[in-house]
Design a protein around this ligand. Structure first.
Ligand code: CP
Length: 302
């Protein structure tokens, strides 16, 4: 993994995914170290973020790295018309690795092709979010004790949800059964579904959330991505399609857990938060350990 960019979840093999998860387990036991004291990590966020940026910065800080970057492109020379190419070539002079979130699909791949330092894709439009995927895999393995042969329900915005796209593709390697719950307008894109079909894995499509809860191990809730809709009226029509509340979990399996990449808007009622099956805040915490594993592996210092 040394010096390689992580743009798509498929950039790393299944074995490499497992290596990252195993290393993240070690960081969870011992998160404060000095291994990156000679490194500078740049975080360039052209789109808003709470968890991804702060967990990367927390991960890097706990390993002794210095952090530079911006949280709003309007505070950078992008505001003056500077291109993505010039921004990346400039920041690569100041840092050893660049973590970038950008609204345009394909922007991270482009950055990785021109950058002399590795690029980590922290979300490119509605395409992919591979580091979220790694922490999702970590959270699934931690709660289920395994990754193989699980029934996973994806709920909400399967069309624009980049975390869904990355996780579906990763779970192909673990013989998952996919339960896809969405409004008809927000079904999983055929380009992602193709991966399930190619592996001849089972998938089922639903519009009713209640139907899947008793039959699955993981319920992966997602926000309807209002910012990706061309027509605001269409967003208004589907925005509250699914709202999970505590009563709906009565018939869930013992090992069942609710995951959500967050932020949530209305799709998980706050009365779920104290249910022992709610795992989304712990999931966000796992992001620090997984991102420590990714940074050290890509920088080649573990
Ligand atoms: N999960 C996730 O990407 O959250 P942020 O948008 O807050 O980074």
């Amino acid at each position: 993994m040394k010096n390689r960019s992580l743009v798509s979840i498929n950039d790393f093999t299944k074995n490499e995914h497992l290596k990252i998860l195993n290393l993240a387990e070690k960081f969870e036991k011992n998160p404060t170290q000095n291994t990156l004291k000679d490194y500078v990590v740049a975080t360039l966020f052209f789109e808003p973020s709470t968890r991804t940026r702060l967990s990367f910065e927390s991960a890097a800080s706990r390993l002794g790295a210095k952090i530079i970057g911006f949280t709003d492109a309007a505070s950078s020379s992008v505001k003056k018309g500077e291109s993505l190419k010039d921004t990346i070539l400039t920041v690569s002079n100041y840092s050893d690795i660049i973590v970038m979130r950008h609204p345009q699909e394909g922007s991270a791949r482009y950055a990785s092709e021109i950058s002399p330092v590795p690029i980590i894709n922290a979300g490119d439009g509605s395409n992919q979010h591979p580091t979220q995927c790694m922490l999702d895999l970590y959270s699934i393995r931690k709660t289920q004790g395994k990754l193989n042969d699980l029934h996973i329900a994806f709920v909400g915005d399967l069309k624009y949800g980049r975390t869904v796209h990355s996780l579906v593709i990763a779970l192909i390697n673990f013989n998952a059964t996919f339960h896809l719950v969405s409004p008809v307008e927000l079904k999983l894109p055929s380009s992602v579904k193709r991966h399930i079909k190619d592996k001849k894995l089972n998938y089922f499509q639903y519009t009713d959330l209640n139907e899947v809860i008793p039959n699955v191990d993981i319920l992966y809730m997602t926000r309807i991505q209002g910012e990706r809709f061309a027509d605001p009226l269409e967003y208004e029509r589907v925005k509250n399609s699914y709202v999970l509340n505590n009563n709906m979990l009565d018939n869930a399996k013992k090992n069942f857990r609710v995951l959500h990449p967050l932020p949530r808007v209305n799709e998980i009622s706050e009365d779920v938060d104290n249910n022992s099956k709610a795992y989304y805040f712990q999931q966000a915490k796992n992001g620090v350990y997984v991102r420590q594993a990714l940074l050290t592996s890509i920088l080649g210092v573990n």
